[in-house]
Design a protein around this ligand. Structure first.
Ligand code: ADP
Ligand code: MG
Ligand code: ZN
Length: 610
């Protein structure tokens, strides 16, 4: 029903556009081919002109020449000064043409009548379409712009289930609770359990967020309303908000159900951000959404699922309790996950015996589900073009170039040597994280390319905001940052450029210790910090306005170097003490690509036991 309505308004827009184009061409072009004045003169010279009518616009010297050629075709030609042209024609071609000068054509009257016609006919079309949609049972409201545009997934279509989603085991586990609630809300409401209203899926594009949201609906066997955040953002103020109202009204009628909002960042961007205002519409839409979310009871059987890859730009209001209070990260798949995804996407594609999915999984680090699906699809197309009924390795190799490297994909095939370096680099960070006392536990270590430049990452548990940083903490922070580089050095006897971000971090921390916090022995408790970061922001040179001279500048640099060198030595010896763990950790990373806290910490206990 909804789809039909949006089809109608789509049709309407096309018709209106066609009429618009037609009338505009009538207003400005008279429906005939136009000539430049030069072309006209050439035609005149060649004696091609049969007759000529000159029309002068009212009260201006400009006008139009209407030319009938000898072959009976008809041209118009706009000229800037009609009298001038007539004089020229009389002089050059005295008696060839009959020149009829029609004084004072009022073009504005012309335009107005055309516009009137256009509006009348357009209005009629709208009227007819509205009547039509009424007959189709389409709600019958004037103009469909305020309609939600939400698509209700076809209930007769094939249901997506968790079985269609590969790899995302933890994510599925977290969402299983939502499924249970949708299946039997009464069970939960009777004992007063509070079920999340909103679940926010966060992850890079193509990792299966839409898929897993659909699977939740499929598993629970409830309607699935999906809409994209960008559908809410319209030119006209108030339309987005009306759509939100409509969407929730529709959902309430169909509860229990799921409302899925894709690309929620398009509407739920931090309010008040953006330059020069002009975001009223979006803010109004967002406010309406918050109002609606707060408006329905906790246990009304509607669960909202939203997806984004930019959680950092979301308005904090949307993440508050009672709104999207549950966040589920949907990450890039590791080797095992990729193999499972591949298995799903080759289900109906026969494979030759030289195709090894494990091998493909191993060489596609950084690929997301959508990339892998694309890869297998391209391979199948390639096989079909070769008139083969099954996919062979060569098809896949060829498709690789197309989906992985050929396009501007963020992900690409990472060579084994690079993976090894990354594995040792991240293992170096992770070990220091673990052994240094005031750096929290290591939550994840990964060598899956992030797609935004980093080859891997080592992540501590999300820390509570500590207002105070101690000197030791800062020193340890520097050591952890150096760990990656040091591990590379020890193992490969060579270093890469991959550590530049780490080195930036090291320098920044060390500098602020010296210039801001008075933590160096030689320079003491003086603030040498001139708020440089603000100046950099304004495009000024660093140090341009520094409140100290060359001597102090040199002393600062020396102090920074002393701190970093000292940290480096300590960090290196710590890693060397744990060299067994370093090797084990890197090996495990190469095998699994991503390891969690338990797996990482087990490496230490094993070492002790030996
Ligand atoms: P997102 O919404 O995160 O951008 P989608 O859910 O739209 O990603 O995924 C696009 C396609 O990629 C899916 O339709 C599916 O074919 C494939 N895909 C992605 N992730 C997975 C997965 N974990 N398991 C199986 N297929 C996947
Ligand atoms: Mg999606
Ligand atoms: Zn690093």
């Amino acid at each position: 029903m909804n789809t039909k309505r949006s089809n109608n308004s789509f049709l309407l827009i096309i018709i209106v556009l066609c009429f618009g184009a037609f009338y505009l061409s009538r207003i400005f072009g008279d429906g005939s081919d136009s000539y430049s004045y030069r072309e006209f003169l050439n035609a005149a010279k060649d004696k091609q002109v049969q007759s000529l009518t000159v029309k002068q616009n009212k009260e201006v010297p400009t006008g139009t020449l209407e030319v009938r050629l000898k072959d009976d075709s008809y041209k118009t030609c706009n000229v800037s000064d009609v009298d001038e042209v007539i004089k020229e024609l009389r002089d050059k071609y005295p008696d060839v043409y009959k020149v009829t000068k029609l004084e004072g054509i009022d073009r504005s009257a012309d335009i107005i009548s055309n516009v009137l016609q256009f509006v009348l006919i357009g209005g009629m079309i709208v009227f007819v379409l509205v009547m039509m949609s009424r007959q189709n049972g389409g709600g019958g409201k004037m103009a469909d712009f305020g309609k939600s545009r939400a698509k209700l997934a076809n209930p007769n279509g094939k249901k997506v289930t968790f079985g269609d989603v590969a790899g995302l085991d933890e994510e599925k586990e977290e969402l299983a609770e939502v499924v249970e609630f949708l299946k039997a809300p009464a069970k939960f409401t009777s004992i007063g359990a509070r079920i999340p209203k909103g679940v926010l899926l966060v992850g890079p594009p193509g990792t299966g967020k839409t898929l897993i949201a659909k699977a939740v609906a499929g598993e629970a066997d409830v309607p699935f309303f999906s809409i994209s955040g960008s559908d809410f953002v319209e030119m006209f103020v108030g339309v987005g908000a009306a759509r939100v109202r409509d969407l929730f009204a529709e959902a309430k009628k169909n509860s229990p159900c799921i409302i899925f909002i894709d690309e929620i960042d398009a509407v739920a961007r931090r309010r008040g951000s953006g330059l020069g205002g002009g975001h009223d519409e979006r803010e109004q839409t967002l406010n309406q959404m918050l109002v609606e979310m707060d408006g329905f009871g906790v246990n009304e059987g509607i669960i909202m699922i939203a997806a984004t890859n930019r959680v950092d730009i979301l308005d904090p209001a949307i993440l508050r309790p009672g709104r999207f209070d549950r966040k589920v990260g949907v990450g890039r798949p590791d080797v095992k996950g990729r193999e499972e995804i591949l298995k799903i996407h080759v289900k109906d594609k026969p494979l030759g015996d030289d195709v090894d999915l494990k091998e493909i999984a191993r060489t596609t680090s950084g690929f997301v589900g959508a990339d892998l699906e694309n890869l297998m699809n391209e391979s199948a197309i390639h096989a079909a073009r070769e008139n083969r009924a099954y996919i062979v390795k060569e098809d896949i190799d060829k498709s690789f170039i197309k989906v992985g490297i050929g396009t501007e994909k963020k992900s690409r095939v990472v060579p084994e040597s690079e993976r090894r370096i990354t594995a040792y680099h991240e293992a170096g960070h992770a070990i220091l994280f673990h052994v240094l006392p005031d750096q929290g536990p290591v939550y994840t270590v990964s060598i899956i390319p992030t797609g935004v430049g980093a080859a891997g990452y080592t992540m501590p548990l999300p820390e509570n905001d500590n207002v105070f940083n101690t000197k030791n903490k800062m020193l340890h922070n520097i050591m952890v940052s150096l760990g990656g580089r040091i591990a590379e050095e020890i193992i490969f006897d060579d270093i890469t450029t991959g550590a530049s971000q780490d080195i930036k971090q090291v320098t920044a921390v060390a500098r602020s210790m010296v210039t801001k916090y008075g933590m160096s022995d030689n320079l003491g408790l003086i603030n040498y910090d001139s708020g440089e970061s603000d100046e950099v922001f304004l495009g000024k040179e660093i140090g341009q306005n520094r409140p100290y001279g060359e001597v102090i500048a040199t002393a600062i640099d020396e102090e920074v170097k002393i701190i970093v060198d000292d940290c480096y030595k300590k960090a290196k010896s710590l890693i060397q003490e744990n060299i067994d763990v370093l090797h084990k950790c890197a090996t495990l990373l190469l095998e699994k690509e991503r390891i969690n806290q338990q797996e990482f910490e087990a490496l230490f206990t094993e070492t002790v036991e030996e």
